[in-house]
Design a protein around this ligand. Structure first.
Ligand code: TRP
Length: 453
């Protein structure tokens, strides 16, 4: 139904639908592309341990807090704060989210475009027999070639806009609930191939044996940023999505199961990537190209590798798509509900504006390499700015809002569905969002800019 959100709001149909839609947002390139590359750059095991602790201690509580804000207000990110905290500046948190949605989509669609190219190469069987060096050249030549990655990116943006345009309920949940489990199966197949490669043990040691001397302020910040990025939290995506959740859902169990599923996929992606990284002699801190070089090598060594690579890149593109629609929805819901622009116009306007930044991000890796700040390409800047600054900052403000402003009665009422659910861990949750999460996020920030420790 493409009913405008302003009259009768769309909502998700079923329980599994909600889990599917929110998992669809969470599971994406963040798990399969970003998690391995950031883990590789930050030393492996110790990073993983910090990452997992942040998911449990900060990620799940922030996710639940976004659910509370979204479902209680039934509004877009900006409107939600206006409704729950009228005549206060809290809605600025919502605007921060809108800015973050632009920044994230600008570089996320670059990488989504890469997945389309890699799908295209898979169809042509273009990885077979390639050495590591060939694949590095192939990746660099393609990503810096300008027009081609931009065209894939715009095509991806177009798909995203098309689905958002049709309204939230129609597509998202239907597809994710079938496709994400298949993606999981393929990743498991990749893991099996990877851990049976010669010297696979080194990769597993890298990923699972923490070397605590590697933990620095930067590692903590990167782990926090990755946790936020992967769970889609800190910018109102889940406020927007949960505004479509019906009042009977159990928000706490949803937050826990979605976070666990998301984390499982990321860790499995790590198990698929790192043994192969070591087996093929790739450097774990290769950066954003890591998985695009490693995965083709694994497929090449697999029985049925052609089909696996085909299905994998199809599913990865779809996983990316279910994430990009959730990000675009933030801006579109805001424009249509708050500024009363039609859903159609809002989608077109937001997509065009994002594409301008997106083209800058993609081109900054090629001939527009003057688009850089301090030696970091615009692409890298958008990546770091969103994950390491905007999302944790948004998350900090969100837990402070729910813990200190909304307060105990409203929070308990919302997570217990007006007293119908027991919500046994409610005190633990409240304690975390009032004290632990804000202090932890603040310390990680201060520490990373060298003000502490
Ligand atoms: N979590 C998604 C991924 O892992 C990306 C994403 C979707 C996202 N919505 C978001 C990241 C909101 C940050 C904020 O690929």
């Amino acid at each position: 139904m493409s009913t405008p959100l302003t009259s009768k709001r769309d909502s998700f149909g079923s329980k599994i639908g909600v889990i599917a839609a929110v998992s669809g947002s969470a599971i994406g390139l963040g798990n399969i592309w970003r998690f391995p590359y950031v883990t590789g750059e930050n030393g492996g095991g110790a990073f993983l341990l910090v990452y997992l602790s942040f998911i449990l201690l900060i990620g799940i509580p922030v996710m639940l807090s976004e659910f509370v804000i979204g479902r209680r207000s039934q509004r877009n990110t900006v409107g939600a704060f206006k409704k729950l905290a009228p005549r206060t500046p809290w809605h600025i948190v919502g605007f921060l989210g809108i800015i973050a949605s632009f920044v994230i989509l600008a570089f996320y669609t670059t990488v989504s475009g890469w997945t389309l190219e890699y799908l295209f190469i898979s169809i042509k069987n273009g990885f077979s027999g390639k050495s590591e060096a060939d694949l590095v050249t192939q990746f660099n030549t393609f990503t810096s070639s300008g027009l081609r990655p931009v065209l894939w990116q715009l095509l991806f943006m177009f798909f995203t806009a098309f689905i958002v345009f049709k309204g939230i309920k129609n597509g998202i949940e239907k597809y994710t609930k079938i496709l994400m489990p298949i993606l999981l199966l393929i990743i498991i197949a990749l893991c099996i191939r990877s851990v049976t490669l010669p010297d696979a043990g080194k990769g597993l040691t890298f990923l699972f044996r923490p070397d605590f001397s590697k933990i620095t302020g930067k590692v903590l910040l990167e782990a926090l940023g990755q946790a936020f990025f992967s769970l889609s939290i800190g910018m109102g995506t889940l406020i927007t999505y949960s505004s479509y959740i019906n009042k009977k859902e159990n928000l706490s169990t949803a937050a826990i199961s979605i976070s666990l599923a998301d984390t499982l996929i990321a860790v499995l992606a790590g198990v698929a990537i790192f043994p192969a990284v070591f087996a093929f002699g790739i450097s774990p801190n290769e950066g954003p190209s890591l998985v695009f070089i490693t995965l083709p090598l694994i497929f090449d060594q697999m029985i049925g590798g052609y089909f696996f690579s085909l299905i994998f890149f199809i599913l990865l593109s779809i996983a990316a798509l279910t994430s990009t629609i959730s990000i675009l929805e933030v801006a579109v819901a805001y424009l249509s509900e708050e500024l009363h622009i039609s859903r159609k116009k809002a989608t077109i306007a937001a997509s065009l504006a994002i594409s301008v930044f997106g083209i800058g991000s993609t081109m900054s890796l090629g001939s527009w390499n003057w688009l850089s700040i301090n030696g970091l390409s615009l692409f890298d800047c958008f990546d770091k700015l969103s994950a390491n600054i905007l999302l944790p900052l948004g998350g900090l403000l969100i837990v402070i809002f729910v813990g200190w402003f909304l307060g105990k009665d409203q929070v308990f009422d919302e997570i217990s569905n007006g007293g119908k659910l027991k919500a046994r861990l409610r005190w633990v949750y409240l304690f975390i969002i009032k004290f632990i999460a804000p202090i932890a996020i603040a310390l990680v920030f201060l520490n990373s800019i060298g003000l502490f420790l």
